[in-house]
Design a protein around this ligand. Structure first.
Ligand code: F6P
Length: 488
């Protein structure tokens, strides 16, 4: 696997700050002539890391596809910056992992197991079943986490700060501490954390390993207090760890890990500027033409099981069935761009969304009115145009670490937008007061909330949107990142 063995050294590197995440800040493709093409990504972590202007900072990430693997292989020790790639403000070390090891770790354990546990996604009469295949995947997840720990150990300067991200890398903090006890290690979970009863679906040794892996960090960060307390509760129930509920610390096997809460916010400056560029204006004009004078209900998600798109569509159908006054007066714009398509559950879910959307249009459309516009391809400027246009935003996840769409829409909205928000989204902790809050499983209550949003007086909508935007931007990504770094 890549340079696993060559990097097992006691020599230290020069990076004072390091970030580790499965998905890095860049990805590669292959052009028709066989050359590599580079694409820079966005997101909270990319913006966050831009807060430190240090070219010696290193971001360690995995190669996700064949072109990434080739770029990583052709670069010295996977250091893309040293191979001349323009990767942004920091150095990037991309790990060329064996494709099967990576697939087992990412698809098998991270996305099909830990993601399902934390988002409560299993249909438990039949799943999960932890069999011999799972054990192979788990061994590869351990190898993948080890590869990250070894790369970090090789790049980190003495006493460096290392910020390890998410459920893909739950074992890395403890593995890294074992070889580099001098480092200050943080772990941050971008997902919810499962309650103990559900978490204990995992095999006992796996449940314990994930917790002790994270407890290898000096500090474990979460998006909300609710997820931090759920983690602490799992440490108590599974490990018998001692939790100080006041100070939010977990003590296990002689070490104490502090828990921290950092509610990642929307990047207002970036969003407001980006949402008024010509490509967004163009798409806004096209959407306005399609919608006419009608009201709009907008949702924008990855096609992700936890986003609850199917129940959102059922709620819209219920609205149209029970409140015919909305016929020809509302359009639901649903953008559900592809995600994790290697997994059958995600492909089936996308098909279910498309099927239900077609049924709704078949039931209600007239020659003059298409009640539902569904797009399943990703187009960021078009999403921003929909944010600007929305009268009601529907954000109804089954469970969500934060949900940045809920925070972005009020920032970008042109005329104020009512937010229908699941009480199970992390964003609810900050936005609940000015949202129309729903139980995500209750389709009828969600339809009622959509109706309440559509009929909310414009002044009230504008006032709520202003407060929502203020709350949503309270902790911009740069500050979110610096706070964690300073707390280490
Ligand atoms: O926390 C969840 C997360 O890892 C996010 O950081 C990211 O937006 C999302 O899942 C997408 O995941 P993937 O890298 O699998 O596409």
């Amino acid at each position: 696997m890549g340079d696993l063995t060559t990097e097992r050294s006691s020599a230290t590197g020069t990076a004072p700050v390091l970030v580790a995440s499965n998905r890095g800040p860049v990805s590669f493709g292959t052009a028709d002539d066989g050359t590599l093409t580079l694409r820079r990504g966005g997101g909270g972590l990319v913006s966050g890391l831009s807060a430190i202007d240090d070219p010696n900072a290193v971001w360690v990430c995995a190669a996700l596809n064949d072109a990434d693997r080739r770029a990583a292989r052709e670069a010295p020790h996977g250091r893309l910056d040293l191979a001349g790639h323009d990767v942004g403000g920091q150095a990037v070390r991309m790990l060329d992992l064996d494709p099967e090891t990576f697939a087992h770790a990412y698809n098998g354990v991270a996305n099909s197991t830990l993601w399902f546990v934390h988002h409560l996604l299993y249909a438990t009469p039949t799943a999960p079943a932890f069999d011999a295949d799972f054990r192979t995947q788990w061994a590869d997840y351990t190898a993948y986490n080890t590869a990250f720990a070894e790369a970090l150990a090789a790049e980190a300067a003495p006493g460096a700060a290392v910020l390890v991200q998410d459920y893909h890398l739950s074992l890395t903090p403890a593995l890294l501490r074992a070889t580099r006890p001098d480092l200050r290690i943080g772990h941050f979970s971008h997902t919810p954390w499962a309650p103990p009863e559900y978490y204990r679906l995992l095999p006992d040794d796996v449940a314990a390993a994930v917790l002790t892996g994270i407890l290898g960090a000096d500090r474990a960060g979460f998006l909300t207090e609710r997820w931090a307390r759920a983690f602490a509760a799992c440490c108590e129930a599974v490990l018998g760890a001692t939790v100080d509920h006041e100070a939010l610390t977990v003590t296990h096997a002689g070490r104490t890990t502090r828990l921290g809460v950092h509610a990642l916010g929307a990047d207002a400056d970036f969003l407001r500027e980006r949402a008024h560029r010509p490509d967004v204006d163009e798409r806004l004009t096209a959407l306005r033409t399609a919608v006419g004078e009608r009201r709009t209900i907008v949702r924008v998600d990855r096609t992700e099981l936890s986003k609850n798109i199917v129940r959102g569509l059922l709620a819209y159908r219920h609205l149209l069935r029970t409140r015919p006054e909305w016929h020809d007066r509302v359009v639901h714009i649903a953008f559900a761009y592809p995600s994790r398509t290697d997994l059958a559950e995600y492909r089936d879910y996308t098909a279910a969304v498309q099927q239900l959307a077609a049924e709704i249009n078949a039931e209600f459309a007239t020659p003059a009115w298409q009640p539902l516009i569904l797009h399943v391809n990703d187009d960021f400027p078009r999403s921003l145009a929909a944010y600007r246009l929305a009268d009601v935003a529907l954000v109804n996840p089954i469970r969500d670490g934060m949900n940045l769409v809920a925070k972005e829409v009020p920032v970008v909205s042109d005329h104020g937008c009512a937010l229908v928000l699941s009480r199970e989204a992390g964003a609810h902790a900050e936005l609940g007061e000015d949202s129309l809050v729903v139980n995500p499983y209750d389709v009828i209550a969600t339809a009622d909330a959509l109706h309440a949003g559509l009929t909310m007086p414009p002044e009230e909508r504008a006032a709520r949107t202003k407060r929502l935007a203020d709350a949503a931007t309270a902790l911009p990504p740069q500050q979110w990142f610096l706070d964690q770094l300073n707390a280490l």
